[in-house]
Design a protein around this ligand. Structure first.
Ligand code: HEM
Length: 408
């Protein structure tokens, strides 16, 4: 067993990308030298970066490694001194994604039946309508649009409204508030205010459905909770908020990046166009290639643990880097190539272990419908500026583009 942190000089994390579509160079270097290496976050907290596919899976499945955001050793990128502010910030995550078993297991059980393949099949025709509707509107405006505004943001927002039973007319409110809440560039006060507004809206929504249930996730969640008496009203509201936050910007960013990936690789797009039945495979490869939630595997070691031969002391942060794992050439040959014919199903873009993305069936379905419909209906679609000149979200939790100017 090695002690990589003690023998090497501590370097800073995050590192810049050499080009927008590629991970930082250090990921590959670290993977070769030692896939588990101690770094320092801007907050000054230490974090152990894990860069191999095997290492990422090991960390995410280890019950001695916690997801609890409120643990003093959790690898927060920024320092928050006020415990009250911290509590508010993590209200949503501590409703599920920041819990450890057994609390996490019971909470997840309440939701899991809402995201089965069968439920998603039932939702699919509605998602198809949503995508067609947005493309109709985009085309009606003439050639030239920002695909982020016209398609990538509205599709998951409307899909979530549909799933949860959020009225259509409230979607703008959702978009704006969730945007602020997830944006690490927003000030802490601004984010706290957005949290508050979102919570009070959802409070009202949950209360309305308690009185008058509909055929939607929130109503069924209320019913299940009545039977089991697990959650207080506020916790139920926070759980619904988490679904919105977790399912919104992630899917939007994948729509934007996936479109760029296909337009920049016409040979790969041709495979999808020749046979729309390849869509699930295409989507898996795009999810692997972009791995937009690179830092979702943030954890803290509860005891001393050994990861791939390196000792990580109790109380220190661990970052199981999804992008590094998904570009591990031991698992995906020539990872820097988008190859929609490869079997990418072992990718870690949705995480691994107990917290593996609960909404993955929904996300995949939205992406499949969006890409097949978009390229079928707008076969002349092209980028209005080269992809290297776009503004990428280097500063955000989830990677993506801020704008995507297209023409047809
Ligand atoms: C968890 C990625 C879409 C809801 C996760 C995790 C990842 C992820 C990496 C694991 C986090 C961890 O290990 O701590 C993505 C990506 C998406 C996407 C890349 C889109 C392309 C969605 C959607 C929903 C959703 C559409 C719901 C509508 C959740 C929830 C969790 C989660 C609730 C926490 C699960 C738990 O803690 O048990 N997601 N996600 N996600 N995701 Fe997603």
């Amino acid at each position: 067993m090695t002690d990589a942190g003690e023998t090497t000089q501590i370097k800073a994390y995050p590192m810049p990308r050499p080009q927008p579509m590629h991970p930082p160079r250090e990921y590959a270097e670290l993977r070769q030298q030692c896939p588990v290496a101690r770094h320092l976050l801007p907050s000054g907290r230490p974090v152990w970066l894990v860069t191999s596919h095997e290492g990422v899976r090991t960390v995410l499945a280890d019950p001695r490694i916690s997801s609890d955001r409120t643990h003093p050793g959790f690898p927060l990128p920024y320092e928050v001194a006020d415990p009250e502010v911290l509590k508010k910030l993590f209200r949503f995550s501590q409703s599920l994604i920041g819990l450890d078993p057994p609390d996490h297991t019971a909470r997840r059980r309440l939701l899991i039946s809402e995201f089965t393949a069968r439920r998603m099949q039932a939702l699919r025709p509605r998602i198809e309508e949503i995508v067609h509707g947005r493309i109709d509107e985009m085309l009606a405006k003439g050639s030239g649009a920002d695909l982020v505004q016209e398609l990538a943001l509205p599709v998951p927002s409307l899909a979530l409204s549909e799933l949860l039973g959020v009225p259509y007319q409230d979607r703008e409110f959702f978009e704006s508030r969730t945007k602020i809440q997830i944006n690490h560039n927003s000030g802490l006060d601004e984010r706290a205010r957005a949290n508050g507004e979102l919570m009070s809206y959802l409070d009202g929504l949950v209360a309305a459905k308690e009185q008058e249930p509909g055929d939607d996730l929130v109503s069924r969640l209320i019913e299940k909770n009545r039977e089991q008496g697990q959650l207080e009203h506020g916790e139920l509201v926070a759980l619904v908020a988490l679904l919105l936050i977790a399912g919104y910007e992630t899917t939007a960013n994948m729509i934007g990046l996936g479109t760029i990936g296909l337009l920049d690789n016409p040979g790969q797009l041709a495979v999808l166009m020749a046979d729309p039945g390849t869509a699930p495979q295409v989507v898996d490869e795009l999810l692997r290639y972009f791995s937009i939630s690179d830092t979702a595997g943030s954890r803290v070691a509860l005891t001393d643990v050994e990861i791939c031969g390196t000792r990580v002391p109790a109380g220190e942060g661990v970052l199981a880097l999804g992008l590094a794992g998904n570009w591990d050439p031991a698992v995906f040959a020539e990872p820097e190539r988008i190859d929609v014919r490869r079997d990418a199903r072992r990718h870690l873009a949705f995480g691994h272990g107990p917290h593996q993305c609960i909404g993955q069936n929904m996300a995949k379905m939205e992406l499949e419908v969006t890409f097949t419909t978009l390229f079928r209906r707008v076969p002349s679609l092209r980028l209005a500026v080269p992809s290297a000149q776009l503004r990428y979200k280097d500063d955000a939790n989830t990677y993506g583009v801020y704008e995507l100017p297209v023409e047809w």
